[in-house]
Design a protein around this ligand. Sequence first.
Ligand code: SAH
Ligand code: SF4
Ligand code: F3S
Length: 482
Amino acid sequence: MTMKNYTFSAPAEQTDRDEAARQKAFLERARRDVDDLAARLGRRPTCHINTFGCQMNAKDSEKLLGILLAAGYEETESEDADLVLFNTCTVRDNADQRVFGRLGRISHYKKKNPAMKIGICGCMMQEPSNVERIRKSYPYVDLIFGTHNLFRFAEYLCEVLESDKRIVELWNATDRIVEDLPSDRKYPYKAGVNITFGCNNFCTYCIVPYVRGRERSRRPGEILEEVRTLVSQGVKEIMLLGQNVNSYGRDLGDDITFARLLKACAEVEGVRLVRFMTPHPKDFSDEVLTVIADHPNISRHIHLPLQSGSTRVLKKMNRRYTKEQYIALAEKIRKAVPDASITTDIIVGFPTETHEDVDDTIDVVRRVGFDNAFTFIYSMRRGTPAATWEQIPEEIKKAEFQRVLTVVQETARKQAERLKGKILPGMVEEVNSQTEGYVTARLSCNMIVHIPGDASMIGRIFNIRLDRCCGFYYFGEAVGEI
Ligand code: SAH
Ligand code: SF4
Ligand code: F3S
């Protein structure tokens, strides 16, 4: 078994072109290995990536799949494949448990197909105890790597295909940004674009800064180049991705801010819609709001994680805003961009949280009137400050969670009703699998609408009349293409 731990210093140039060239050479080699495998099998080998977690992981999986397809694998929907890769998330314990569960269940495929290769990567692998557990209890896993060295996947693929040894390589950190490697976009019409990697906020409950490292911004020129390329390939909707997009550019030392980057992206010729995820309330500038208000092609959806409505809890969470500041910001957003929806993330059961603290959270939910909210039960993450504090008993967490959920659903339904009868632009994303003869569109405000139609409408933008509200989604009709 190989086990290496490296830490790198920053290269002179941000994009590491030497490493990209090195990985391309490995990709050539992997192509020959896959050809040999195909000859042995008498068919093209298949691959499957199982992705957990957030948009960052979804984006990383597109890069991993890009390499696999370029090497000659064929993608399959089934985990009964010649190569299966788990791209993991560790933000909450149930994410970890799901991965271990799935990993256990695929062992029988390998018994049937001994040439099968199983790999695991992503955020969970940056936590040594998880790696230990895999090494001990899942001997059939062939490849383990982490978030910082994902760009070396072509190299690991060669190693795995050329030997029966288990390959384990984990880095503690990296300053490198390696681009220009293949990527296979899941959707032809929409794409995520990384603008920052990592996070510097260290919210006291959160594992992300430990598993994704320090915040690094990509240079604006490289981001804009990627956006232009995507548009030239037919992409209509771009989502700018970062753990805290508002702090974009701080490490670049130039005069660049998120507001300026957002404006530049929205003004790229041919971009129909620009979304972004996630802004942090503490860094939300007026300039960003002005840019949104001035550009109709920036999404009318702002996901603004609240986490808690109690100023005392927020302080303990290290969120760096108060209840009042959050409400004031939400009001400012409603005034500057009245047609924008505001959605949020809420954690219930944070250490020391009282019934009154939860009342404060509920109060903010009511006063802001969120269009939607993801509510999570606090999950203790090893190595974070909050893990060492007095924990709330499970049954209290569950009861308080239910209390918040009820109000969240109430405001979301009320907000959704406000759209009834309106005609708004939306892009058709997929054929509706439940209702025959229907397709599903997403509006700029992120609302989902089911409309009569067929696959030929996918990736096209229509004016859609919102007829029937079903709580969190609508039934409607296209009244003309735009
Ligand atoms: N960077 C984003 C969120 C990343 S994680 C932000 O700051 O908003 C996505 C969501 O998971 C968070 O908003 C939070 O609500 C939730 N989360 C993170 N750590 C958690 C934990 N330990 N327990 C429960 N929920 C958690
Ligand atoms: Fe986690 Fe906070 Fe960073 Fe979001 S901002 S990723 S919640 S540490
Ligand atoms: Fe999960 Fe990693 Fe994203 S921990 S939420 S996949 S950054």
